[in-house]
Ligand binder design. Structure first.
Ligand code: BES
Ligand code: MN
Ligand code: ZN
Length: 493
């Protein structure tokens, strides 16, 4: 979709539809008042009639506007006349795009940045329009022979008084939305298309698009030389060759240390010999959502030309039950030298991430953040609302919490206390790869912490947030908004 910023008054614009807000108690927003004047009191009379109560998320289409050049008006309920919460502002925008999608319009003008929203500025309000509209129109149609409902909407004109702040919001919104779309698209692709080789190809494409990104693909032979015995043990169970995808974005000073983002890129998790149950196993194509979010975030950073150095690392393989697959009881030697007893082959994410964490050391990172669909247990603890956050550095965790609030991409911190390390003891190796039935998200992070001792590190467990299940099954693109906001905050810090 095309977006533009317009400082001319709403009613002078040429578009198929104008969007204005209405408060409950028949109060018109500023833009609605102006439109009311040019339409000879049309809005006042519609509101008086009670056709729209102005409750949050109400919408009403006026598809004929008498004696006027204006073709259509979409009234949107803003609730009580007082500053909106950020969440309610986002809900209103979601209701708006849902109403627009159903209409055969091409070009619309939206005045909703004139709403007062608590604790945010115009840049933020503009950015949300782009993020929420792009999220709303996303469809995965690639594998359907007859595409579903076609969306005719092409142009969005955002009306505002301050074009500088709005243009900043527009640029940020586009970068985040396009990063989210990339992540969603890769995640929604089935595992027979989106293989480790395919993901590696995507990373190479990003490097082709942006001069500041350089991509290196390590294959199995390279990883053997590095001694990645843990990662490679998972990869042995699959016929698809494993890849360690490395992207380096250089936007910062030559000497400034990079932020390293590591994304779990398990393109299909069958569980391996500890095979998962059949129901819902299709959703394990989403086990690469961490990797997809790394690609989406790097794209956003490059698009915004952020003056930072960022490294993206994506260990990518399938977890399959093959004659060569990991078996319960096998003992692996990781790249760090630590040995691991595989008590459950389905706890494979940590096995590929631990070697990637060790590999990350060579970049002398400022911080390392990994994102992984790591545990079903995070759904038990937190549901599908926040991502789980754990880490060995309070300042880094707090920075992520702050960013998550601005980005509306929530996280909740869980403790990473040493007491939990007890659960990972093995009779035969340095570590077991599972920690029993209690506190599964924490023990998974504790396992990783053993490989992140040399740097500031945070872990996001995104198993509950990276995709939706049920009738709205589909990827969310999280945590691209959170990570991009974290990077933006680093620039301005
Ligand atoms: N990819 C899964 C985590 C997962 C499970 C995400 C269900 C979303 C929904 C991960 O590799 C896994 O299988 N974890 C196991 C760990 C267990 C064996 C300790 C799990 O959560 O069941
Ligand atoms: Mn698994
Ligand atoms: Zn997995």
């Amino acid at each position: 979709m095309n977006y533009s910023i317009e400082t001319n008054p709403l009613e002078t614009l040429k578009s198929d539809l104008l969007i204005v807000g209405i408060y409950s108690n028949q109060q018109l927003s500023f833009a609605a008042k102006t439109l009311d004047v040019v339409t000879n009191g049309l809005l006042t009379s519609v509101v008086k009639r009670g056709d729209i109560a102005g409750k949050l998320n109400d919408t009403l289409l006026l598809n004929v506007v008498p004696n006027s050049n204006i073709e259509r008006i979409l009234l949107v309920g803003l609730g009580e006349q007082k500053p909106l919460s950020a969440k309610n502002y986002r809900k209103i925008l979601t209701a708006t795009i849902n109403a627009l999608k159903k209409l055969k319009v091409n070009s619309v003008a939206i005045s909703l940045t004139d709403c007062d929203v608590e604790k945010v500025d115009l840049t933020w309000k503009t950015r949300q329009i782009v993020e929420i509209f792009e999220d709303g129109i996303y469809q995965f149609t690639e594998c359907k022979t007859k595409p579903s409902d076609e969306i005719t909407l092409k142009n969005i004109v955002i009306t505002t008084t301050d074009s500088t702040a709005a243009e900043t919001g527009l640029a940020q919104g586009l970068a985040i939305a396009e990063g989210v779309t990339l992540a969603k698209h890769l995640a929604d692709l089935p595992a027979n298309i989106c293989t480790p080789t395919f993901l590696a190809q995507q990373a190479l494409t990003l490097a082709g698009t942006f001069d500041a990104i350089e991509t290196t693909i390590l294959d199995v032979a390279d990883m053997e030389k590095l001694g990645m015995g843990s990662f490679l043990a998972v990869a042995r169970g699959s016929r698809e060759p494993a890849k360690l995808i490395s992207l380096e974005y250089r936007g910062g000073d030559k000497n400034s240390k990079p932020i390293v983002l590591i994304g779990k890129g398990l393109t299909f998790d069958s569980g391996g010999i500890s095979l998962k149950a059949g129901a819902g196993m299709d959703e394990m194509k989403y086990d690469m959502c961490g990797g997809a979010a790394v690609l989406g975030t790097l794209q956003a950073a490059a698009q915004l030309n952020l003056p930072l150095n960022i490294v993206g690392l994506i260990p990518s393989t399938e977890n399959m039950p093959d004659g060569q697959a990991n078996k319960p009881g096998d003992i692996l030697t990781s790249m760090s030298g630590k040995t691991i007893e595989v008590l459950n082959t389905d706890a494979e994410g940590r096995l590929i991430l631990c070697d990637t964490l060790t590999y990350a050391k060579r970049f002398q990172p400022e911080v390392v953040i990994d994102l992984a669909t790591l545990t079903g247990a995070v759904l038990v603890a937190l549901g599908r609302v926040p991502s789980g956050l754990l880490g060995n550095d309070d300042a880094l965790c707090n920075d992520l919490i702050t960013a998550s609030e601005t980005a509306n991409d929530s996280v909740w911190r869980l403790p990473l206390w040493e007491e939990y390390q007890e659960q990972l003891k093995s009779n035969f190796a340095d570590l077991a790869n599972i920690g029993g039935k209690d506190a599964g998200t924490i023990t998974a992070a504790c396992f990783l912490a053993n490989f992140a001792e040399d740097f500031r590190w945070a872990h996001l467990d995104i198993a509950g947030t990276a995709w939706r299940t049920g009738s709205a099954k589909g990827a969310t693109g999280r945590p691209v908004p959170l990570l991009t906001q974290y990077l933006l905050n680093r620039v301005h810090a």
